[in-house]
Design a protein around this ligand. Structure first.
Ligand code: KG4
Ligand code: ZN
Length: 349
C-alpha cells in the first residue's frame, strides 16, 4: 500500500490524552484532544485507567475529527500512530485501532516516535522551523537535547540521568499540595512568589566542564526535586510566617532553577554546534518563563520556535504531521508494527 498523497489521520494515545487529527499538506483540518480527567483524584496517570479510557473514547474522537475536517474515512490517504514510547496498554489501544482501520480501508499505516512528533509540532505553525536546529524536548517522561542536521537525522547531545523535567514539576507540585499536572500549577503559584527568597541548586552546571565531558549537556532533576521537598518540609515544620507565601517563593525558586538549567544547557548546545535556531517541544515547552528566558538568551542573532500551548502538550496533529512526512518519503509499516514503551529516538547518529 503506497501513499499517493492526501489527508493523513494521526492517532495519539501514549499517555492520558486520546487524540486524533487530520493533516493535509502540513495543515491541520481536524483535531480533537480528549484529556482524561479520571486520573486527577489519584494525583498522577493510572496506566490501566488510561488504556480503558482510550478504548471507550477512540471511536468517538476519530468520528468527531473527520467531521471537523469535513471528510469521510474513504477520503483519507494514510494513517499515522504513536508506536512509543509511552504506557504500553495505552499505546496498544491506539496502535491496534490504527492498524485495523488502515487494513480495513487499504491505507498505508506508519508508526511514529512520540518525542520526534513533539518536534514536528513546530512545523505545523512555523514553516521556518526547519533543520538545521538545536532541539530541547521536555515532557513528563523525557528531557532531550538534540541537534538536527536535517529532518530524521539527529545527534543526541544530552538527556536526563534520572527524572524528566515534567516529572520533577509534577512531583514538587504534589509536595506543595497542588493539582495534577503540576507544571501549570507551579507556574501559576510562582507568579505570587519571588525566586531567590529561598535558594535551590542548579544541578550539573559546572563551569569547569567542556563539550567532551560526560555531564556537559546532560540533566539531572532528582536532586533538585529532593532539595525542594526538604525545603518544603523545613518551612512547614518551622511554621513561622505565612506558609502560603513561603510555598509561592519555593515554587518560584524551583521554576527558576529548572529554567536556568534548561536555558544554560541549550545555549551550550547552541555554542557547540554554531546553530542558533532552537526548537522547543513537549508539555514543559508551555512554560512561560522558559520560553521568555530562552528567547532572550538567543537574542539578537538567534531564533526560538515553540508550539502554541495546545500543540505543546500531547496531541495527534503532531503525529499526523510526522506521519505525512514519513509516508511522503515512501515509508510505512506492516501489520507486525508493535507498541514499544521504551522505543528509542529514531535517526540518531
Ligand atoms: O508532552 P506532555 O503533554 O506529555 C508527555 O509526553 O509526557 O507533557 C506533560 C508534562 C507534565 O509533566 C506537565 O506538568 C508539564 O508537561 N507541563 C508543564 C506546563 N504545562 C505542562 N510544565 C511546566 N510548565 C507548564 N506550563
Ligand atoms: Zn508528550
Amino acid at each position: 500500500m503506497s501513499f499517493r498523497g492526501g489527508p493523513v489521520l494521526g492517532i495519539e494515545s501514549s499517555c492520558d490524552e486520546t487524540s486524533a487529527a487530520v493533516v493535509s499538506e502540513g495543515r491541520v483540518t481536524g483535531h480533537v484532544i480528549l484529556s482524561q480527567d479520571a486520573h486527577a483524584v489519584f494525583g498522577g496517570v493510572v496506566p490501566e485507567i488510561a488504556a480503558r479510557q482510550h478504548l471507550i473514547h477512540i471511536d468517538g474522537v476519530v468520528a468527531q475529527t473527520l467531521d471537523e475536517a469535513g471528510i469521510r474515512p474513504g477520503d483519507l490517504a494514510g494513517v499515522g500512530v504513536t508506536a512509543g514510547p509511552g504506557l504500553v496498554g495505552a499505546l496498544l489501544v491506539g496502535l491496534n485501532w490504527a492498524k485495523g482501520f488502515g487494513y480495513a480501508l487499504g491505507l498505508p499505516v506508519v508508526g511514529v516516535h512520540h518525542m520526534e512528533a513533539h518536534l514536528y509540532a513546530n512545523s505545523l505553525e512555523s514553516p521556518e522551523a526547519t533543520p538545521p536546529f538545536v532541539a530541547l524536548l521536555v515532557s513528563g517522561g523525557h528531557t532531550l537535547l538534540l541537534h538536527a542536521s536535517e529532518w530524521g537525522t539527529y545527534e543526541l547531545l544530552g538527556s536526563t540521568r534520572d527524572d524528566a523535567v515534567g516529572e520533577a514539576f509534577d512531583k514538587v507540585a504534589r509536595r506543595l499540595g497542588l493539582g495534577f499536572p503540576g507544571g501549570p500549577e507551579i507556574e501559576k503559584l510562582a507568579r505570587q512568589g519571588l525566586a531567590g527568597t529561598y535558594r535551590l541548586p542548579r544541578p550539573m552546571l559546572s563551569t569547569r566542564e567542556s563539550p567532551g565531558d560526560a555531564g556537559y549537556f546532560d540533566f539531572s532533576f532528582s536532586g533538585l526535586k529532593t532539595a525542594a521537598s526538604l525545603l518544603i518540609a523545613e518551612v512547614e515544620q518551622t511554621g513561622n510566617g505565612d506558609l502560603d507565601t513561603a510555598r509561592a517563593h519555593i515554587a518560584a525558586e524551583f521554576q527558576a532553577a529548572v529554567v536556568d538549567v534548561l536555558v544554560t544547557k541549550t545555549m551550550r548546545a547552541v555554542e557547540h554546534t554554531g546553530c542558533r535556531r532552537v526548537l522547543l517541544g513537549g508539555g514543559v515547552a508551555r512554560n512561560g518563563p522558559l520560553r521568555e528566558k530562552l528567547a532572550a538568551a538567543l537574542e539578537p542573532t538567534g531564533s526560538m520556535f515553540a508550539p502554541s500551548p495546545r500543540l505543546s502538550t500531547d496531541n495527534a496533529a503532531m503525529v499526523a504531521r510526522l506521519a505525512e512526512y514519513r509516508l511522503s518519503a515512501g515509508q510505512s509499516d506492516g501489520l507486525d508494527l508493535n507498541a514499544d514503551p521504551a522505543l528509542s529516538f529514531p535517526g540518531l547518529s
